[in-house]
Ligand binder design. Structure first.
Ligand SMILES: Nc1ncnc2c1ncn2[C@@H]1O[C@H](COP(=O)(O)OP(=O)(O)OP(=O)(O)O)[C@@H](O)[C@H]1O
Ligand SMILES: [Mg+2]
Length: 504
């Protein structure tokens, strides 16, 4: 048996202020008597529902916040970190759930931030770019180190974050949902990297909501529920139902029930749309009450297409008809008022006002509708928000909690709640369940089904094939900026078939 290097015992954490210190007088615990340990050369998977406390536990290991009770030891010696640098100094690297990059710096500057080219006093710029390019290529990614991080896709940004932490030669690497925005081929590359790290004696703490991943790379799984330690099991004893039971506290019903029946009335008709000057024209349609899946790899143009329809990105030709009206070039706010809504894949940049409360965020896009003639009434706002919070099971301490203190998955649910409240007729969902736990996923699927059965048209962009297959009435596949297939027969809704159209 490999030896234990990191051990957390009886760890307790109260809700805390922006410095990580427990709020005065609070008795609300985010973590309570949690046990966790990491062995040499293992991939230790940490799972639990959104808000279970996974990221909080990792922030303690990463030196970002202190623990309020219990102990942490490294190599048998009790230890506490005064900040992230000290944790890093002890060989612990942290790939954060919410990316931590400087958008206005380029790739190499981000990778070397704070330690520009080794220990030399002067920054040797060209060396920094060469090293970055080498590191990226060695890991199988061809990204120009001069590119500004802001110009990269979310997936590429995630890769930069991973490469940055790997470059520190740590002995323990925390990966908090590293694959949330990666697609199959990038995930495969990451797994090759992880397996190689493990072979070299490095340990990985791995957080993910994707079960199929856990079996592939995990050695042990620890389960948290409501901030409490439920247990640790060996991956070889993995039993799906039992793990779900430990995680959620009960058995889950069938994930996909899709009972809705699409109508023949078209709500969205896109004809010969050019999303860039060098791509082929795109034609798609969505009927009322229909769930249309949009599959494809990152970079296939799915988000660009969605943004062009939503009026938040220019396009180069073609027509968009929504609800029998030509909506080409209308502004997103006009479209929202007409019931066309786009739930962006990037909740942090486009979906949420992080330093506003849950209640304000949920009602934000519906204020005009809710208070056409009067000032905003907080009590009404709370009443409406409370319903959404219950419906989507958003885990929070109060409706006034600021969104930047919510767990990642719960932030995503707030974005969804916000758009659902606008009573849409056409909902474009971009990766709607990214970072969402199994239980909440099945809730979101139920909501999508209900909306569809009420006649709402749904265009669902997703990189998760089971979700595309389980939810869709019809599937489009995109590749290289154009539609490579339209699947209408459910017999064709199989992973291999869809994948074959996504790859060139
Ligand atoms: N500063 C804070 N103030 C109040 N509550 C907080 C604070 N930080 C975290 N929480 C709460 O602690 C709980 C645990 O959050 P955490 O981010 O650890 O969850 P998680 O397991 O990582 O979830 P996810 O899967 O959604 O990422 C959440 O309910 C969150 O609202
Ligand atoms: Mg988290």
């Amino acid at each position: 048996m490999n030896k234990t290097i990191l051990k957390m015992h009886n760890v307790t954490k109260y809700i805390f202020d922006s410095y990580g210190h427990a709020l005065r007088g609070t008795t609300v615990k985010i973590l309570e008597n949690v046990e966790f340990d990491v062995k040499e050369s293992e991939v230790h998977v940490l799972i639990g529902e959104n808000g279970a406390g996974k990221s909080t536990l990792m922030k303690i290991i990463g030196g970002i916040i202190p623990l309020d009770g219990g102990s942490m030891s490294l190599d048998g010696k009790e230890i506490s970190f005064s900040g992230p640098r000290e944790s890093l100094h002890h060989g612990i690297g942290f790939i954060h759930q919410e990316l931590n990059l400087c958008l206005n710096l380029d790739v190499a500057e981000n990778i070397f931030l704070g330690r520009e080219s080794g220990n030399k006093i002067f920054i040797n710029k060209s060396e920094m770019y060469d090293l970055s390019r080498d590191m990226l290529l060695k890991l199988g990614f061809d990204i120009d180190p001069h590119t500004l991080v802001r110009d990269l896709s979310t997936a590429q940004q995630q890769i930069i974050e991973i490469v940055k932490v790997l470059s520190y030669n740590c002995r323990i690497i925390i990966m908090d949902e590293p694959t949330a925005s990666l697609t199959k081929s990038e995930i495969d590359k990451l797994f090759t990297i992880i397996k190689d790290l493990r072979k070299r004696g490095i340990s990985i703490i791995y957080i993910s909501h994707r079960f199929e991943e856990l079996k592939e790379i995990g050695d042990r799984i620890t389960i948290l529920r409501d901030g409490r330690y439920i247990g640790t099991v060996d991956i070889k004893d993995f039993d799906y139902d039992e793990i779900i039971n430990m995680m959620v506290g009960r058995k889950l019903g069938a994930m996909f029930q899709s009972k809705h029946i699409p109508t023949q009335q078209t709500i969205l008709e896109v004809k010969d749309l050019l999303i860039s000057s060098h791509t082929e024209p795109i034609s798609i349609n969505v009927k009322r009450g229909e769930v249309v899946g949009m599959s494809g790899l990152v970079g296939a143009g799915r988000t660009e297409l969605a943004k062009s329809i939503f009026g938040s990105r220019p396009y180069y030709g073609g027509t968009i008809t929504y609800d029998n009206e030509d909506i080409g070039h209308l502004h997103p706010s006009t479209l929202i008022s007409k019931g066309l809504v786009y739930l962006s894949e990037d909740r942090k940049l486009e979906g949420l006002v992080l330093d506003m409360s849950i209640a304000s965020n949920i009602t934000l896009a519906s204020l005009k509708r809710m208070f056409p003639f009067t000032r905003i009434k907080r009590s009404k706002e709370h009443e409406v928000a409370k319903k959404s919070v219950e419906q989507l099971n958003i885990v929070s301490n109060s409706l006034d909690q600021l969104c930047n203190t919510l767990s990642g998955g719960n932030q995503q649910k707030v974005v969804l709640a916000k758009w659902l409240l606008t009573a849409p007729k056409l909902l474009i969902l971009d990766e709607p369940t990214r970072g969402i736990d199994v239980n909440a996923k099945s809730e979101i699927y139920k909501i999508i089904d209900t909306l569809a059965s009420q006649g709402v048209g749904i265009l669902m962009i997703s990189s998760e094939l089971p979700e595309i297959i389980g939810m869709s009435d019809r599937i489009y596949v995109m590749r290289g900026g154009s539609i490579s297939a339209e699947l209408t027969d459910k017999k064709d809704f199989v992973q291999e078939k869809i994948l074959s159209y996504t790859l060139s």
